[in-house]
Design a protein around this ligand. Structure first.
Ligand SMILES: [Zn+2]
Length: 149
């Protein structure tokens, strides 16, 4: 009597006398192939390419990339909303209060900064915003220095 090779997969009753047939069966019958189609969404044309196509920007600037950037991170503390609630369409339960603010840039001549609030007094929040806006103005001035004359 020939040796019967049986498929080890659950609910599969395939049997064969040849070991190689079983191996082929396992490789072809129990492999799930998922076929998907990739679809591009959005317009692949950049604004620079669009500008060059219209003749507004010289073609050699199509590959231009902004090399300078400025980043920031604001840390907040969630507190119970303390402002006026009269006349509001939706109910606000909580509010975010700025605790600290960090900013940095790769523009030459600028330093990374960190501003931390001194107390919970509302004036200290205003102070931190003023420092941040002042920093952005300084960074902008340095950025202008990097532009060709
Ligand atoms: Zn099978």
């Amino acid at each position: 009597m020939p040796i019967i090779h049986q498929c080890p997969f659950r609910n599969c009753y395939y049997m064969t006398e040849l070991k190689k047939d079983l191996n082929k069966h396992k490789l072809t019958s129990h492999v799930t192939t998922i076929k998907t189609t990739q679809i591009k969404s959005g317009d692949p044309e950049s604004m620079l390419e669009f500008g060059a196509k219209l003749g507004l920007i010289p073609v050699e600037y199509v590959t231009y990339r902004q090399q300078f950037l400025c980043v920031f991170d604001i840390e907040c503390l969630e507190c119970e909303y303390s402002g006026k609630k009269e006349g509001m369409d939706s109910n606000i339960e909580m509010e975010q209060r700025i605790v600290s603010l960090a900013a940095g840039s790769n523009i030459p001549g600028t330093d990374d900064v960190f501003f931390c609030r001194e107390s919970s007094a509302p004036e200290t929040e205003e102070e931190i915003i003023k420092q941040f806006v002042g920093y952005l103005e300084d960074v902008h001035t340095e950025l202008l220095m990097q532009l060709p004359p």
